[in-house]
Design a protein around this ligand. Structure first.
Ligand code: RTP
Ligand code: MG
Length: 159
């Protein structure tokens, strides 16, 4: 059955508007434990697309910008030190509602409470350190995603 032309046009506009990008980081614990492939595999199996990818050692300046909302909290300095303790993998991940969707794939911050089936629930455990080591970071809103992608991928187009 042929749909009216106006319906097809509207559907295309709606779907273009709602495709999102999010910043995902595989933190030093994930890289050290050789979980890069596992994390990427879960993202791709879910149907999201990797649009940017690099292994890097982030500078203090980058981390201070990325974590500026946490400045002054008790875990801020341990978090920055942890994020500088080894290489990380930074990614731009793209898809319909991917910001919310990746946060659901990751599970809640505390791996003890993260649901089985999630990255943090399956692969991480709280070991009582000053900072929770929980394998991945994912942007928590469209504003955070745009801000964080511009920090880690300043040349990323179309934000
Ligand atoms: P993320 O930013 O890494 O995706 O994690 P999130 O939104 O679930 O958690 P957030 O509140 O933004 O905290 C950022 C990261 O700081 C570490 N953290 N440690 N010891 C603690 O109580 C504590 N609280 C937070 C975690 O690595 C968390 O992911
Ligand atoms: Mg956060």
């Amino acid at each position: 059955m042929n749909r009216p032309h106006s319906t097809i046009t509207l559907a295309r506009v709606v779907s273009e508007k709602t495709i999102e990008h999010t910043l995902v980081l595989i933190k030093p614990d994930g890289v050290k434990r050789q979980l890069v492939g596992e994390v990427i595999s879960r993202i791709e199996k879910k149907g999201y697309v990797i649009s940017g990818l690099k292994l890097m050692e982030p500078s203090l300046a980058i981390l201070e910008k990325h974590y500026e909302e946490h400045k002054g909290k008790h875990f801020y300095q341990p978090l920055v030190d942890f994020m500088m303790s080894g290489p990380i993998v930074a990614m731009v991940v793209t898809g319909y509602r991917v910001i919310e969707g990746f946060r659901n794939l990751a599970g809640v911050t505390d791996p003890t409470n993260a649901a089985p089936g999630t990255i943090r629930g399956d692969l991480a455990a709280d070991t009582g350190k000053a900072v929770v080591e929980n394998i991945v970071h994912g942007s928590d809103s469209s504003q955070s995603a745009a801000r964080e992608i511009s920090i880690f991928f300043p040349d990323f187009p179309n934000l």
